[in-house]
Design a protein around this ligand. Structure first.
Ligand code: 13P
Length: 287
């Protein structure tokens, strides 16, 4: 059964580790992440962007697929199904379909409007036992057509949004989606420390987990980050393994064209990436 992300993130915050949010794109992705979480006894959050939900056939398809896999694969670790960077309408649609956790990203609105919309989302979600992530200070880079400028959040605005009763808070600290450019200045730990002081006890969320060096991840966790989002890295691992299979001509050998064979190396590559992240985040054996 799907669970809200609240308890797993509070435990992570207290225990100084982070739970990974891994974005899903299809059945192989979802199965790979769930099986890795189960094998490593780690809690996990499945992230679904609005673009990915549309690609998979809509919110109901995603909920049906994930619930089916939890049962069919006998998954016992805590799993939250979470909309990633939800719009106001998207967050409501995901809640109606059965998502157990939502992100409402109002970071591109003026702060007053972000507060007003986040308040409305929280009241509906709380009544249904659904966890809520809000965002202050847009995350840089591009994800599914949502482009952010890599802002650094204002710690006072973080407090205003956190005080509305969010479960977890995403704050821009120089992180961006996708690969980091060679001239990236790194995470802004001064601002992260200020935010942590303003909102003690609130699990913080680090987006753009792909390519952040291990030492920065560990420092971020020590400063209150309890949820780390990873998307691009699984896509890169999947693509590289699939490329290798095809370039080696394996799809032309015997029944190598069978999708269950063709997609197997990519599936195993996602599993390896997710395991590596769970070990780095410290969530192994925390289920
Ligand atoms: P990456 O694609 O950079 O890993 O970012 C994922 C993310 O933050 C999803 O919201």
């Amino acid at each position: 059964m799907l669970v809200s992300a609240k308890e797993m993130l509070q435990k992570a915050h207290e225990g100084k580790y982070a739970v990974g949010q891994f974005n899903i794109n299809n059945l192989e992705w979802t199965k790979a992440i769930l099986l890795t979480a189960e094998e490593n006894k780690s809690p996990v959050i499945l992230g679904v962007s609005e673009g990915a939900a549309k690609y998979m056939g809509g919110w109901d398809t995603v909920v049906g697929m994930v619930n089916g896999l939890l049962k069919g694969l006998k998954i016992t670790v805590p799993v939250a199904l979470h909309i990633d960077h939800g719009s106001f309408e998207g967050a409501k649609a995901a809640m109606a379909a059965g998502f157990s956790s939502i992100m409402f990203d109002g970071s591109h609105y003026p702060i007053d409007e972000n507060i007003q919309k986040t308040t409305e989302i929280i009241s509906e979600a709380t009544a249904k036992g659904i966890s809520v992530e809000a965002e202050v200070g847009a995350i840089g880079g591009e994800e599914d057509g949502v482009v952010g400028g890599g802002e650094v959040a204002d710690p006072n605005e973080c407090k205003m949004i956190a005080d509305l009763g969010v479960t977890m808070l995403a704050a821009g600290i120089g992180n961006i989606h996708g690969k980091y450019p060679a001239n990236w200045k790194g995470l802004n730990f001064e601002v992260l420390a200020e935010i942590e002081k303003k909102v003690p006890g609130v699990p913080l969320v680090l987006h753009g987990g792909t390519g952040i060096p291990a030492d920065m991840i560990q420092k971020a966790i020590s400063l209150g980050v309890s949820k780390i989002n990873v998307n691009t890295e699984c896509q890169l691992s999947f693509a590289a393994a699939t490329r290798k299979y095809i370039e080696a001509g394996k799809d032309l050998e015997g029944k190598g064209f069978d999708p269950r064979k063709l997609l197997a190396p990519g599936f195993e590559a996602i599993k390896a990436t997710v395991k590596e992240k769970m070990e780095l985040f410290g969530s192994v054996n925390k289920a």
